[in-house]
Design a protein around this ligand. Sequence first.
Ligand code: 5AD
Ligand code: SF4
Length: 451
Amino acid sequence: MEEKKKNKSENFFYIENFGCQMNLSDSEIVASILLKCGYQLSQKVENANLILFNSCSIRKKAEISLKKKIDELEYLRKKNGIFFGIIGCISKSNRELLDKKIDFFLNPNAYKKIPYIIRSLNQGELIKKNNILSQKETYEDILPFRFLNQEKIKTFLSITRGCNNMCTFCIVPFTRGREISRSPNSILHECHLLYKEGYKEITLLGQNVDSYKWIEPNSNHKKKIIDFSNLLRIIAENLPFMRIRFSTSNPHDMSEQVLKVIAQNKNICKHIHLPVQSGSNKILKLMNRKYTREEYLFLIEKIKSIIPECSISHDIMTGFCNENEKDHLDTIDLMNQVKYNYGYMFSYSPRPGTYAYRNLKNNVPDHIKKRRLEEIISLQRKHSLFRMKEYLGKLQEVLIERISKKSDQYWYGKNSQNLGVVFPKKNFKVGDIVHVKIKTVTSATLIGNIV
Ligand code: 5AD
Ligand code: SF4
């Protein structure tokens, strides 16, 4: 490898994100580590000598965008002293594909190695293999450098890392490793720091927050277990003026106790993202989702009875292996029963290495996947409008996040249910919590006036 050297005083890094909220949150951990070893953040890729791509492998499309970006920036890597690194979720197949185009890979549990890697690269060493998935790393000793939300209004805080669920379609357990929970003390400490800095809203992150579990060591030889409901209550009670959100919940693990804690604490937002993936029991079983449609619908009933004002969103995947027209209609039927507030919908994308890739046939033709996806997207749009209309004439508590994209005379914010609200500015500012009376709606936005 050609030796690349750089003057230490000119070290700038740039991070481009490709994935989910967890990746965004991880970028802030990596930024914090880099700042400590003398790097500065660059907003412009051209000014950086360390260019990081925080990658996502969840669907083929994400991998294609990553490759496109790396190709687009290839001219920069040819310059002396500029290194490219892929961090985040990278599948084995994509590693092989991109191997020659980058200087190093670093998986999500190995970010503390970054100073060592940079040192080695500067000394001209070839560093490619750093794919050990640590079973212990939670980064609880690193305070993320929160550069993504300049306004310091809302932010993410990860409480668990990895996933043990092994849904048959999903690459995450392979790219992020086994699930591990972070200590409640470190979470609470960071929440207090964020409050002091002026943040108004924290989203607790995990692939499956409901399986959060911390075993308190050495408490009189009796094990004290803190689960997600305990953690939520501790945070909500200690920070009564902070809005608390969380994502993502797994229907299999969500307990009644969590629902009660949400209902009992005003500052916990009344929104649950509850991916269902499919409405067909046959498909849920093939996906290893560990619940039936009946159990899922029962949970929805429970949510509505314990937290009547709760909004519910979903992830649904169409065209999974062996999905036939009846399975698809089961999904449509489930959607009609729940009438979700909103959702994220995808076509199944086979991921090399997963159980489904190895053992099941990707046998739904692309044009059928596409048609089914269009059907559920259009149904969701109808349901979203139906749900938005329920807010007409109602008063909503809204945290102002930014200027509306449609008009600089309007603010944009979110209500407790995580729905976007737009309203004329008056004498308020970003970060204020205001009460807005809803006058009109679209399928995506509530529109009203501050009262
Ligand atoms: N293909 C398509 N969508 C996927 N998801 C996860 N894996 C795949 C895949 N192989 C979707 C699921 C999950 C969301 C984060 O991404 O719906 O809930
Ligand atoms: Fe993937 Fe299932 Fe874990 Fe979600 S719960 S990250 S879909 S394995």
